[in-house]
Design a binder for this molecule. Sequence first.
Ligand SMILES: [Zn+2]
Length: 315
Amino acid sequence: MTRRTALEPLTGLVVDRDAERRARPELFDELLADPATRLLPLWRGKALTTTAEGERALDLITPDRQTAALLRVYLGRTVASGIPVIAVTLTDAAAVELEPDQSRWVGLREAGADLGEVDYALFVEAVAIANWHESHTHCPRCGTPTVVEQGGWVRRCFVDGKEVFPRTDPAIIVRVLDDADRILLGSNAMWENNRWSILAGFVEPGEPFEAAVIREVHEEAGVVCTRPRYLGSQPWPFPASVMIGFEARAVAQGEVPTRPDGQEILAVRWFTRDELWAERDDLKLPMSASIAHAIIAEWYGGPLSEAPRQGRIAP
Ligand SMILES: [Zn+2]
């Protein structure tokens, strides 16, 4: 099984979203008649997963097992094996009817780190588009209930013809370093005690990502940074974000003072690699499947569960 790391997401596409096929009027009839097609059942944001020999996988079901679906979305075809996959969201009753034998309903956060990259990509896509449908049931112009078209990728208002397309909220996440190559971590007011991560925040309308990086770091930590450099991205459908990872450098030299905003961020601190290692029993860091973890680990120079390597040269 291929494990993912959040900073190498585009080594190759694993799901071809097959967008040109979405417009076919008989799309779902054609797909359901194809014995290769598989359904990805979603119930309250959870998917069916199986675990065999410690490996977790999505339990995709054959079209003949389909029950009444609240929503169907054509996710596309897996690139490696060309399997068409339809996400189906289920009512409570349908979920019980599908009662798993060996499978379990599991959320994306819980399953994320254990799934292979194809299953992870399908699960993220399914949850993200299902979340959008759930919160966009009516026309934003006139309030009429909209209907689903284009294989689940558009909602249309039949009163004024408005088409509503899925949205994703961009949020930047940034590794700020000082001139001693220390990393800036913050502790969020919403988190448990002594949990630390790199800073993050939503991009505002009309704002370039790079400007959002500089603004958020100043707002949350009182640190002026410069030269944001793109690192990678990770969809984060809780409920509708994509995290856009950056590195930036503090402008001030030497001991750069910090000033947590006191609202969202209660504490900010510069860490050396040795401090991160020495305090590992007390510090709670981001979960391994997250881009925050990957960005910290890349700076650290290896797994956070191991002592830092010596003789590293700062970039
Ligand atoms: Zn309307």
